[in-house]
Ligand binder design. Sequence first.
Ligand SMILES: Cc1cc2nc3c(=O)[nH]c(=O)nc-3n(C[C@H](O)[C@H](O)[C@H](O)COP(=O)(O)O)c2cc1C
Length: 187
Amino acid sequence: MTDQRIAIIVGSTRPSRICPAIAGWAHRILEPSPLSYELVDLAEVDLPFLDEPLMAALGHYEHPHTRRWSQTISAFDGFLFVYPQYNWGYPGVLKNALDFLFTEWNGRPATFLTYGGHNGSASVEPFTRVLTSLRMNLLETHIEAHIGRSDVNQQWQLIDPATTLEPVRGRLLEIDRQFRAAMEPTA
Ligand SMILES: Cc1cc2nc3c(=O)[nH]c(=O)nc-3n(C[C@H](O)[C@H](O)[C@H](O)COP(=O)(O)O)c2cc1C
């Protein structure tokens, strides 16, 4: 175990969401890594809609919830965002959480696991653009996971996350390798 911490951001917050099951699966797979992976659930962070008078890039936060979120994110060295495709984009709650901060994201290695009936593919380009605009250091590899009707029960809960996500397990391990490489001190 190193003291380098990667946040696995749980990027959907609606009741009955499947995001925690997917992020939890990723957490279990990544547990043996020398990096410390930790779940950060946006439902627990519970930010309001962006209510700061000044844009984050100016670095003056008026609200305690913004300062708390800044402290949370500043404590991490990298980010793995886990989120569903929503209407060919990504959840508004995730964009809101990103928009609250700026320098806290800058230069940090980051990637994402998106999922959906069409593998989350339509969200990749817009989400990548947002991470780039926040000056994150994008890893080469991301994950697009397929969630089909046979993967969920009548309440739209994953029946067996490990089986559903097995096809992307290798990519997750590759992401861990890339995070470790990004954290290596340069000579
Ligand atoms: C607002 C909304 C938009 C959605 N848009 C898409 C979509 O564009 N493509 C897709 O394959 N599934 C879409 N779905 C289905 C989601 O993939 C599915 O509901 C998934 O469980 C959402 O993740 P969550 O449960 O973690 O919120 C959408 C679901 C919601 C609630």
